[in-house]
Design a protein around this ligand. Structure first.
Ligand code: ADP
Length: 576
C-alpha cells in the first residue's frame, strides 16, 4: 500500500513535470510554427491577391473597394505601394487621407519585395504604433502589395494553437499517469499481499501460506519466502523443543541450580534451589540475600572475580551440609556464573558413621588382640609352668571367643540392617520362648548369683521368627544378668495390654540415664565404658535388638531410674 502510494506520487510528479516541460518546449515551437504558418498563409493570400490585382480582378469595383473587401475577408490591413514607395491605397484609410501617408520605400519588407519579389518583416508600425507582421509582394508593374497583421491577432492564433498543444500534452501525460498507476497497482498488489502474509508469519502464524500469484519476480520471491518460512518453522520448532527439554532438565534436577549476572544478582533458579534456600522466587535478588552464609556466596564472588571454578563443602548453622560448585560462563552474556548446590547431609552422616564404625571395630578388636599377643609372647619366651600355661591358654581362648562373638554380632547386624534376613513367621508363644532362653542363661545367672524368673500369661503369642525373637530376648536377658548386682532378681514378664502383647525384662542394675536411652540402641554405644571392663560386651547387643524388633513391627523402650534398675519393654503390634 505504501509502495503503491509512493509510486502513484512519483508518477503524478513525473507527469506534472512532463506537462510543464512539454509546455515550455512546445510553447516556443508552437509560436514559431504559428508564425511560420500565418506568414505562409498571408504570403499565399497575398499571391492570390497580387494575381487578382495584376489581372485587374477588381473588374467593375474600384481598387480601393477591392482592397477593403480583401482586408475584411483576410482580417488584416492591405496597403498598395507605388514602385517609388508612395502609398497608393490603404484599407485602413479613407482614399482622401492616403496621399498624406509617409513614403514606404524605406520599409524593409517593401525594399525586400522590390529587390527580390517578396519580403517580410516584423516590427512596430510607425503608423499604428503597434507590433505588426508584414508580408509584401512585387507586382509585374513594379508596384508592391503589402499585407499587415497585428501582433495581437497573431497572438490570438498562437494562443489557440498553444492551448490545443497544452491540452494534448496534458492529456498524454494524464494517460501515461493512469497507465503507470495501474501498472504500479498490478505490481504492488501481490507485493502488498506478500508483505501481509510475511508479517503474519513473523508474528508466529506459521500455518499461513505465502501467496505465489503476481508477476514472475513476485512468484519467485513468494516461492523463496515460502521455503524460508518452512525452514524457519522447523528451526523454531527445534529451538522450542530444545528449550522445553532444557527447562524440564533445569526444573527436574535433584540439585539446586542458580544463574547469576556479573553483579551477583540471581537471573534464574530452579525449584530445588528455592526449596533448599527457602526462597521460592529468588530472581532479581542479590545472591548474598538468598544464600546468607558467607562461605556460600563467597564462591560466586571468587568465580566472577577470577573466572575460575570454585568448589567447597559448607556446614550450615543448622548442621546441614551443602556442597557448592560455581562455574564461570563465557563473556558476552547477561549470565556471568552458574552455581550448583547439593545437600550432602545424609552422605556426610553416613560417612561419619562409617568412620566411627571403623574406629569402634578397631577399638573393640585391639584389646583382645593385645591380650592374645601378650599371652603368646609369655608362653614362647617366659618358660611358664603348667598352671601358668593353662591360665594363659584359657585367656587366649576367652579373648578369641570374644572376638568371634564380636564378628558374629557384626555379621548378624549387617545382615539384619541390610534386610537380607529371611523371616520364618509363626505364632510364637512368648512365655515358652522366654523360658527356653532363661534356661540357656541359667548357669551364667547362677554364677553371678542372679535369680532369673519368667512370669505372665502363657497364652500370649507374637507373630514372628522364633530364632530371631529368641536372639532378641537373649540379648536383653544377657544384659540384665550382666548389669544386676549379685543376689538381685531379674524378672521377665509376658503381658497383654490394650490390645498389644509383649514382654518386659526388669533388673535392679545401675539403670540408664534419661539422656542415654536412645543412644544405647546405637552400635558400639556404651553408657559408661568403664563398666565394660567389669562386664565385657561388644556394644552391639541392643542395636541387634532394635533391628529385630523393627523387622517385626515391634517397639523397644526402656524405663527406670539411675541406681534403681532398668525395665526393657518389647511391644508387638495388635495384629501380631
Ligand atoms: P554391651 O555389649 O556393652 O552390653 P549392648 O548394646 O547390649 O552392649 O548395651 C549397650 C549399653 O547399654 C551397655 O554397654 C550398657 O551401658 C547399657 N545397658 C544395656 N543393658 C543395660 C541394663 N540392663 N542395665 C544397665 N545398662 C544397660
Amino acid at each position: 500500500m505504501r509502495l503503491r502510494a509512493r509510486f502513484t506520487v512519483l508518477f503524478a510528479v513525473l507527469s506534472a513535470a512532463a506537462v510543464i516541460f512539454l509546455m515550455i518546449v512546445s510553447d516556443a515551437t508552437v509560436r514559431r510554427t504559428v508564425e511560420d504558418r500565418v506568414g505562409e498563409r498571408f504570403r499565399r493570400d497575398l499571391a492570390h491577391l497580387s494575381d487578382d490585382l495584376a489581372r485587374g480582378a477588381p473588374g467593375s469595383e474600384t481598387r480601393d473597394a477591392f482592397l477593403r473587401r480583401a482586408a475584411a475577408s483576410l482580417d488584416c490591413r492591405v496597403t498598395y505601394i507605388a514602385p517609388d514607395g508612395r502609398v497608393l491605397d490603404d484599407s485602413d484609410l479613407l482614399p482622401a487621407d492616403v496621399p498624406a501617408m509617409e513614403n514606404h520605400a524605406n520599409r524593409p519588407e517593401v525594399q525586400e519585395a522590390i529587390a527580390s519579389g517578396s519580403g517580410s518583416s516584423r516590427r512596430v508600425s510607425p503608423t499604428e504604433q503597434k507590433p505588426m507582421l508584414y508580408v509584401a509582394r512585387r507586382l509585374p508593374d513594379g508596384s508592391v502589395l503589402r499585407l499587415a497583421i497585428s501582433e495581437g491577432r497573431l497572438r490570438e492564433v498562437e494562443l489557440r494553437s498553444l492551448w490545443l498543444m497544452r491540452a494534448a500534452a496534458a492529456a498524454v501525460c494524464l494517460l501515461l499517469f493512469l497507465i503507470g498507476a495501474s501498472a504500479t497497482r498490478r505490481f504492488s498488489e501481490p507485493i502488498a499481499e506478500l508483505t501481509r502474509a510475511a508479517s503474519a508469519v513473523a508474528a508466529g502464524d506459521f500455518a499461513r501460506d505465502l501467496p505465489t500469484s503476481g508477476g514472475e519476480e513476485v512468484q519467485l520471491l513468494g516461492g523463496a519466502m515460502q521455503r524460508m518460512k518452512s525452514a524457519l518453522n522447523q528451526a523454531v520448532q527445534r529451538a522450542e523443543s530444545e528449550r522445553r527439554l532444557t527447562a524440564m532438565v533445569f526444573e527436574r534436577l535433584p540439585d539446586g541450580l542458580v544463574v547469576v549476572d556479573s553483579k551477583l544478582r540471581v537471573l534464574e533458579a530452579n525449584g530445588r534451589f528455592g526449596e533448599m534456600t527457602g526462597i521460592p522466587a529468588p530472581a532479581g535478588r542479590g545472591v548474598y540475600e538468598v544464600l546468607r552464609e558467607r562461605p556460600l556466596y563467597d564462591c560466586f564472588e571468587t568465580t566472577v572475580g577470577t573466572g575460575e571454578t570454585t568448589e567447597r563443602t559448607v556446614r550450615l548453622p543448622d548442621d546441614r551440609v551443602w556442597q557448592i560448585a560455581v562455574a564461570p560462563l563465557p563473556e558476552g552474556h547477561r549470565a556471568a556464573a552458574v552455581g550448583v548446590l547439593r545437600d550432602v547431609t545424609r552422605l556426610e552422616r553416613t560417612e561419619a558413621m562409617r568412620r566411627t564404625f571403623v574406629a569402634d571395630v578397631s577399638h573393640e578388636l585391639r584389646t583382645p588382640i593385645a591380650s592374645i599377643a601378650a599371652a603368646a609372647e609369655t608362653l614362647a619366651e617366659g618358660q611358664p609352668d603348667k598352671a601358668e600355661s593353662a591360665e594363659l591358654l584359657g585367656l587366649i581362648r576367652r579373648q578369641s571367643d570374644r572376638m568371634r562373638e564380636l564378628i558374629d554380632d557384626l555379621m548378624d547386624l549387617s545382615q539384619i540392617e541390610s534386610g537380607a534376613v529371611p523371616l520364618v513367621r509363626e505364632e510364637v508363644p512368648l512365655r515358652e520362648l522366654l523360658t527356653e532362653v532363661a534356661e540357656d542363661l541359667e548357669a551364667g545367672a547362677r554364677d553371678r548369683g542372679v535369680d532369673l524368673r519368667v512370669t505372665g500369661d502363657e497364652a500370649v503369642t507374637a507373630m514372628g521368627d522364633r530364632r530371631r525373637l529368641g536372639q532378641l530376648a537373649r540379648n536383653l536377658l544377657d544384659n540384665a544378668i550382666k548389669f544386676s548386682p549379685s543376689g538381685a532378681p531379674v524378672i521377665v514378664r509376658v503381658f497383654r495390654q490394650a490390645g498389644r502383647s509383649g514382654f518386659s525384662v526388669e533388673d535392679l542394675g545401675p539403670g540408664i540415664p534419661r539422656g542415654e536411652r536412645d543412644k544405647i540402641f546405637q552400635r558400639f554405644y556404651q553408657v559408661d565404658r568403664s563398666r565394660s571392663k567389669v562386664r565385657p560386651g561388644s556394644g552391639l547387643g541392643l542395636a541387634i535388638v532394635k533391628h529385630i524388633a523393627q523387622l517385626h513391627g515391634a517397639t523397644v523402650d526402656v524405663e527406670g531410674e539411675v541406681g534403681q534398675g532398668s525395665t526393657f519393654r518389647v511391644s508387638f503390634p495388635a495384629a501380631a
